[in-house]
Design a protein around this ligand. Structure first.
Ligand SMILES: Nc1ncnc2c1ncn2[C@@H]1O[C@H](COP(=O)(O)OP(=O)(O)O)[C@@H](O)[C@H]1O
Ligand SMILES: O=P(O)(O)O[C@H]1O[C@H](CO)[C@@H](O[C@H]2O[C@H](CO)[C@@H](O)[C@H](O)[C@H]2O)[C@H](O)[C@H]1O
Length: 460
């Protein structure tokens, strides 16, 4: 039988080679110099043995904690072979999130409202959670790992951890208390400990069936438009503008609810200065990694500096922080927003401050631009299709802003009325995307680079 204590050291030795191959591992750009155990909790004893591990991953002078589920079995079924980490104690040792024979344990523990070692498994007050279901990971690529239980529940295991309550749980809870119709019900959470403080490691929500994500819907609409280049967009069967408008309304409503739940304050000149400085700092970092951006740097800096000319009050509040079409689901009743964790690469301290809601608007506007242009990647240049892409983006961006304006409370109003700020936020997001694509999908780098060239020369 495997013994947890004897497994730890050999697993630590394997992880520096294994971690960089995982989609959710955020430090692929630097070599791992050491992996140390922070906490080990035995969730199942015997065969299979199931361990919850928090490890500290050291890279140069930086380190970050990550969450892992590790299991060991006498005989590893073939379908788990790709999760292989090593063979310790004569038993195969593997990453366990794909093993439906063991993942049910996490849901059972939440349903039981219990504590094991430093891990607290809790149902939200009043929530009904039924155990006894097997959990399978969703297949879409993502920053964390989510397990779906019998099409009823979805449990997100946060991979990179931070001390404190994760903003995803905090904002979902606040929105639920407001009776929001635009988030999936929060049902439970798992909390561990980091640096002597509670730290969220998991979040359980109702799984929404029959939903389609915004990216899939938008790109289908773009494909329809490209397939019939002569037809005006409003006559197209797959026109997305009505959905874009409803999505704008949903985002504005969520912003209103977050303001009501968690408050707001108006930005003063110092705050705007800090925003501008953060934009320049991000650009400096990205320029160091992606030289292709150099030509655009002066125009970007000029656009950032114009934020100081913003007229009128700029309200600051809790926001989504990384809003794009892949973070919204169209259900039979309307739009839901997912994943309030903010940009995965940013420290939680940065993601947990009040920010202008226009940042989310800018994120979604960028996403319309992505949806329109992603089909042209790797294709020979075709000015007619390029014009079609611009036309689609223009139409849907306008519809989204119209919808947002319709539901936005005072003093936010029409996002387009804060033109300098909105443009700078879009460019700042595009700079982030340049870094993201450079690190994750180099073949897509041209999408944000082309947008920056377009926006900073006065286009959309
Ligand atoms: N409550 C839910 N119901 C149905 N699908 C969901 C739900 N929550 C998330 N998903 C699906 O899981 C994917 C990843 O979720 P997300 O919270 O964005 O994870 P990550 O933080 O890893 O990016 C989403 O794109 C969506 O397809
Ligand atoms: O969903 P995540 O929290 O993991 O967000 C990261 O990955 C996104 C891509 O999956 C990335 O989004 C960028 O690409 C999208 C199309 O795939 C596009 O709709 C977005 O507008 C664009 O930013 C996101 O930036 C990143 O944080």
């Amino acid at each position: 039988m495997g013994d947890a204590a004897e497994l730890i050291d050999p697993v630590m030795r394997e992880l520096p080679q294994w971690l960089p191959a995982q989609r959710w591992f955020g430090g692929k750009d630097r070599p791992i110099t050491a992996v140390r155990p922070v906490s080990t909790t035995v969730l199942l004893e015997g065969d299979p043995l199931l361990l919850h591990l928090v490890v500290e991953v050291q890279q140069d002078d930086r380190s970050a904690p990550y969450q892992l589920l590790i299991a060991s079995r006498a005989h590893l079924p073939e379908h788990l072979g790709s999760n292989w980490i090593g063979a310790e104690l004569g038993m195969p040792c593997y990453e366990a999130t794909s093993d439906a024979d063991v993942t049910g344990r996490l849901l059972d523990l939440i349903a039981e409202n219990t504590r094991i070692g430093s891990l607290t498994f809790a149902r939200e007050p009043g929530a009904q959670v039924r155990g006894g279901l097997r959990g399978r990971p969703i297949t879409s690529e993502q920053s964390n790992t989510s397990l779906v239980y019998g099409n009823q529940y979805i449990l997100k295991l946060f991979r990179k951890l931070s001390p404190g309550e994760n903003p995803d749980v905090r904002l979902h809870r606040a929105l639920q208390e407001q009776g929001s119709e635009h988030v999936a019900p929060l049902l439970g959470s798992i909390t561990g400990e980091l640096d002597g403080r509670p730290a969220t490691v998991g979040m359980l929500q109702r799984f929404i069936t029959d939903a389609v994500d915004g990216w899939a819907m938008a790109t289908t609409s773009v494909r329809d438009l490209m397939a019939d280049p002569e037809l005006p967009p409003d006559l197209l069967g797959g026109d997305f503008a009505g959905e874009s408008q409803r999505l704008g309304q949903a985002v504005a409503t969520v912003h209103n609810e977050l303001r009501r739940a968690l408050g707001e304050q108006l930005a003063d000149a110092d705050e705007l200065d800090r925003t501008v400085k953060a934009m320049h700092d991000r650009l400096d970092k990205v320029l160091a990694a992606v030289p292709q951006l150099r030509e655009q740097a002066p125009a970007l800096r000029a656009a950032f500096d114009r934020v100081r000319d913003t007229e009128g009050p700029v309200p600051m509040q809790f926001i989504h922080g990384d809003l794009h079409l892949g973070q919204v689901l169209r259900t039979v009743t309307g739009w839901l927003l997912l994943d309030f964790e903010g940009e995965p690469a940013a420290p939680v301290s940065e993601r947990s401050v009040l920010r202008t809601p226009l940042r989310d608007v800018a994120g979604m506007l960028r996403s319309f631009d992505y949806a329109a242009h992603q089909m042209l990647i790797g294709q020979p240049e075709d000015p007619r299709l390029e014009e079609r892409a611009l036309e689609w983006a223009r139409r849907n961006r306008a519809a989204f802003c119209d919808g947002y304006t319709k539901n936005a409370g005072d003093p936010v109003g029409d996002p387009r009325s804060q033109g300098f700020l909105l443009r700078a936020l879009e460019l700042d997001k595009a700079v982030y995307e340049v870094a993201y694509e450079h690190a994750n999908r180099p073949e897509w780098l041209g999408v944000p680079l082309a947008s920056i060239a377009r926006i900073s020369t006065g286009g959309e």
